[in-house]
Design a protein around this ligand. Structure first.
Ligand SMILES: CCCCCCCC(=O)SCCNC(=O)CCNC(=O)[C@H](O)C(C)(C)COP(=O)(O)OP(=O)(O)OC[C@H]1O[C@@H](n2cnc3c(N)ncnc32)[C@H](O)[C@@H]1OP(=O)(O)O
Length: 184
């Protein structure tokens, strides 16, 4: 991954442990918001990512590129692939049970992704320093060990829950309650 200094953890960064109340290894994470473009079941043209954590520290999901996700004819739009990276990375910081938002997302596009392709996504954390989490993800074609099509590195910044009420829709947040509650 071509990472900038902004998304490279500093030497003092800690490797975080999963939160004691995070989903155990093998669990599905569920959607954090039913109308989320990345994971919401109620979004008509969204990515519908359904993430699982195989080990309590990383997350995985599959994304099948559909016609609604095209850029060039029958090829995935780069922005849609970046959205998939953003979402799977967001789900990986969800394991720490603190609310985070994307501050910076860097993406390497390695191979074109035709419509109909299933991308196997995986994300993990490279370190946390204060409010800043340094994260990485990859999307592989056809299988978990298939050829890499897209890689991403990100800086996520921890916020308080007020962030979502102040800038978003507090009523919508209250309407969706989860057992595993972090980001709305
Ligand atoms: C399960 C959930 C899945 C969710 C997946 C999808 C996730 C998303 O897409 S979230 C939506 C997109 N992101 C946003 O809307 C965020 C918009 N930005 C913001 O709200 C603010 O800029 C925010 C919160 C990131 C930072 O603001 P603020 O809280 O005032 O902190 P601030 O002091 O500016 O920054 C904190 C630190 O991060 C650094 N930082 C913040 N933004 C950046 C950036 N873009 N690049 C580099 N560094 C940055 C600052 O330099 C600072 O570093 P230091 O502590 O070393 O001085």
């Amino acid at each position: 991954m071509t990472r900038s200094p902004v998304t490279t953890p500093p030497p003092e960064a800690d490797q975080p442990a999963a939160h004691f109340d995070a989903p155990p290894p093998g669990s599905a994470l569920g959607s954090h918001y039913s109308r989320c473009f990345g994971c919401g079941a109620d979004h008509p043209t969204g990515l519908h990512l359904a993430a699982v954590t195989p080990d309590g520290a990383t997350v995985e999901a599959e994304f099948t590129v559909g016609e609604a996700h095209q850029g060039a004819p029958m090829l995935a739009h780069g922005g849609v692939l970046a959205a998939a990276m953003d979402e799977i990375i967001g789900m990986s910081v969800w394991l720490f049970q603190r609310p985070y938002v994307t501050a910076r997302l860097e993406t390497d596009y390695v191979r074109p992704v035709p419509v109909g392709t299933t991308l196997h996504l995986r994300a993990w954390c490279n370190g946390i320093a204060g409010r800043k989490a340094y994260l990485e993800a990859e999307g592989r074609i056809g299988a978990p060990d298939g050829p890499v099509a897209v890689r991403a590195a990100a800086l996520f910044v921890q916020v308080d829950m007020e962030h979502f009420a102040r800038h978003g829709d507090a009523a919508a947040i209250a309407a969706e309650h989860h057992d595993f509650e972090v980001n709305p």
